[in-house]
Write a protein that binds this ligand. Structure first.
Ligand SMILES: [Fe+2]
Length: 384
């Protein structure tokens, strides 16, 4: 054997021998979260991710000091095996403080007749408070059009009183597009967790930018939407909230959508739902009604396709239904339309991409304060 051939064979033996001895010494860790969703008087949904496949669970301790362990299952199979975890905890008491920690058990091998477990980790405990069954007020913070600038968003949370609020709305265009889940995390979610989202819930309202990119199809996996829809209603204190999904702004056949947009029929379907929503007891019996939507529903001469459809179809329906306030985003400008000035009879607050809004509502009035990134108050609006 020639010397060169011998050396090649020796090198192959060494490489194969080395690869056979590779050991995965990386510990199981929580990579993102936890963040809270759909917190109500009796339950909460908690999400987080791990760096390796795991079986998720929650240790939760109530005001009585008793701890229970919660895992979810679907169709008889315990949830697990992925790296994104979502656990719903039910059976909570209203207006109570709960301590919880996320629990993950690594799955190293998952075969039909052989499952090997690896590390078990318990994340440090966090707390949250369930809302009361009845409350005479509600407070929340609104942030929008962050467009991946999580540093700016963190300033909002440092200057704003998010810890004193009941929840937060992310009112769309939090990211430019979604080509990978990492854009959610680096774009705003990691900063939200650091600031408040392990202790207070948020509602992630879809903007037009969230519809772009391959992973836009998977947003719902990372959050917990009521009835699995981007449009829904819910009650908190004296307010009924109607959350709407604006869809894309340009016509479905715009070349930038490459034939993959179907928002005209989607908005028509949403409109049918809205007709039912405004007839519901929850909507009609509420002391105050607030609509949250990324693109403002306003009457203007020149409007793009999406906003025109909303103005022509959603606006008159909301006008006839006694909406007190609409909170929107999208234009990157601060604008306030008194009731009647929007072309409809509800007040409309459009928040810019450089400010956030703190809202406190009771049975008498809705008070909205707009603040800039330094926490300086820019405007205050009181809607009776
Ligand atoms: Fe937008």
């Amino acid at each position: 054997m020639k010397k060169a051939s011998f050396l090649i064979i020796l090198a192959l033996i060494l490489v194969n021998g080395a690869s056979a001895q590779v050991i995965d010494n990386e510990n199981l860790t929580v990579t993102h979260g936890p963040w809270l969703q759909n917190l109500d008087a009796n339950g909460v949904t908690i999400l987080w991710t791990t760096n390796k496949p795991a079986v998720p669970g929650i240790n939760i301790t109530g005001p009585d000091g008793k701890t229970r362990f919660v895992r979810n299952s679907h169709d008889g199979i315990v949830d697990g095996g992925g790296m994104l975890h979502k656990v719903r905890v039910e059976g909570l008491e209203p207006a109570s403080i709960y301590k919880y920690s996320v629990h993950s058990v690594q799955i190293m091998k998952y075969q039909a007749y052989k499952v090997y477990y690896g590390d078990t980790i318990n994340r440090r405990a966090e707390t949250f408070t369930t809302p009361p069954l009845r409350s005479d007020k509600v407070s929340f913070l609104v942030v929008n059009d962050v467009h991946n600038n999580s540093g700016k968003m963190s300033s909002y949370f440092r200057k704003g009183n998010v810890s004193g609020m009941d929840f937060c709305f992310f009112n769309g265009d939090m990211v430019d597009f979604l080509q990978s889940p990492d854009e959610l995390f680096s774009g705003f979610l990691d900063s939200a967790v650091t600031s408040f989202a392990s202790k207070k819930p948020f509602y992630y309202v879809r903007g037009n930018h969230e519809t772009r990119g391959y992973k836009a199809r998977e947003i719902k996996n990372y959050f917990d939407y009521k009835d699995g829809k981007y449009y829904y209603g819910f009650d908190y204190g004296p307010v009924h909230f109607t959350v709407l999904d604006c869809g894309e702004d340009k016509p479905d056949n715009n070349k930038n959508y490459f034939g993959l947009a179907d928002y005209d029929s989607y908005r028509a379907e949403e409109l049918e739902w809205l007709k039912m929503e405004v007839k519901s007891d929850e909507f009609r019996n509420a002391k105050k009604r607030i609509v949250i939507i990324h693109m403002p529903i306003v009457k203007e001469e020149k409007q793009n396709n999406g906003m025109k459809y909303l103005s022509d179809n959603f606006g008159p329906l909301l006008q006839a239904s006694g909406v007190n306030l609409m909170i929107s985003a999208h234009t990157h400008r601060n604008t306030f339309y008194e009731a009647g000035k929007s072309g409809f009879n509800y007040a409309l607050l459009v928040n810019s991409n450089n400010s956030f809004v703190e809202v406190i509502a009771d049975e008498k009035e809705i008070r909205a304060v707009v603040k800039d990134v330094t926490g300086k108050q820019l405007a205050e609006y009181i809607i009776k």
